[in-house]
Design a binder for this molecule. Structure first.
Ligand code: C2E
Ligand code: MG
Ligand code: MG
Ligand code: MG
Length: 281
């Protein structure tokens, strides 16, 4: 987008654009291959009770470990997947893998720990999200309440009545709905006005500034107030500093996640985190 303002003569501009398009197509092709070759992995980041530090749920985060290029961040490949409709099969894989993992944890006797997956609004446009969720829950014998859909939106799209119908169907099923990155980009009050959410996630850009002072805290306080007013849970993301815990609790936030507690870890390490967590005494 910045290229629009660039002083390049148009021939060079066209060249740069062609180059960019080639790279995008190339990476999208590789991503499609990665999906087919089973090179994608779900990592899990703990969501904790701020009062005790205990793990209460997990957010599943997609990881692409490319054989040559190494880890490619989802912030890079998810938008590509959204532009190419690959987000459809990719999202299906994430949903089914999370349910498969939930079943595996139960089968090995681990305590049930609800999982949040990220779902792009583009997936709803591609259709049948509620059906796919119902199928995955049934196939892997997962209770609807063990699954939360974190709705993320990286591009503005027009959402019609179909989205509302889908979200209502999911709620009726007992699946939890969370509004991710609240307060940034397109994750806004308009969504709260139009749709029902069980949970709001305070974007990390707000959490990271908590210790700047009263002004930054007032904004977080207002978000927590909105959540409480509509009876939604609130989760702070991106907690990196110990002192943020007390501030968040003081403002009325009970649940959070961040590097302070743990990065997202591979499934095997996640199991170990759960095993190592001593039961309540
Ligand atoms: P998100 O859903 O808001 O996920 C939180 C992101 O913040 C994750 O980045 C996580 O690793 C990172 N994070 C967690 N704690 C901290 C912290 O304390 N400090 C900082 N600086 N960052 C923290 P990640 O895994 O790179 O994912 C980026 C975004 O990509 C996600 O943001 C989500 O929008 C998208 N994404 C990831 N996996 C999926 C997926 O399976 N499906 C879809 N549709 N989107 C996904
Ligand atoms: Mg998320
Ligand atoms: Mg987020
Ligand atoms: Mg995000």
């Amino acid at each position: 987008r910045s290229q629009h303002n660039s002083p390049l003569p148009w021939t060079q501009y066209t060249k740069a654009l062609e180059q960019k398009t080639r790279e995008t197509v190339d990476l999208t092709t590789k991503l499609r291959h990665a999906l087919e070759a089973d090179q994608l992995e779900l990592y899990y980041q703990p969501q904790v009770d701020l009062a005790t530090g205990r793990i209460i749920s997990a957010e599943a985060l997609l990881r692409w470990n490319h054989p040559q290029a190494g880890f490619i961040p989802p912030g890079l490949f998810i938008p590509l997947a959204e532009q190419s409709q690959l987000i459809g099969p990719l999202g299906d894989w994430v949903l089914r893998q999370a349910c498969r993992d939930l079943k595996a944890w139960r089968d090995t006797g681990l305590a049930v720990c609800p999982v949040s997956i990220n779902v792009s609004l583009i997936q709803f446009q591609l259709g049948s999200v509620p059906d796919k969720v119902r199928q995955a829950l049934t196939e892997y014998n997962v209770a609807p309440g063990e699954l939360t859909l974190e709705i993320t939106e990286s591009v503005f799209e027009h959402h019609g009545r179909d989205l509302k119908k889908d979200l209502e169907a999911l709620s009726a099923m007992g699946v939890r709905l969370s509004l991710d990155d609240f307060g940034t980009g397109y994750s806004s009050l308009a969504h709260l006005n139009d749709y029902f959410f069980d949970e709001i996630k305070i974007d990390k850009s707000f959490v990271s500034r908590l210790d700047d002072g009263a002004y930054a805290q007032a904004i977080v306080k207002a978000i927590i107030f909105i959540a409480a007013a509509i009876d939604a849970d609130v989760v702070a993301e991106g907690i990196e500093l110990t002192k943020s815990i007390a501030t968040l609790q003081h403002l009325g936030c009970k649940k959070g996640q961040g590097f302070l507690y743990s990065h997202a870890v591979p499934e095997a390490s996640w199991r170990q985190l759960l095993i190592d967590q001593k039961p309540y005494s």
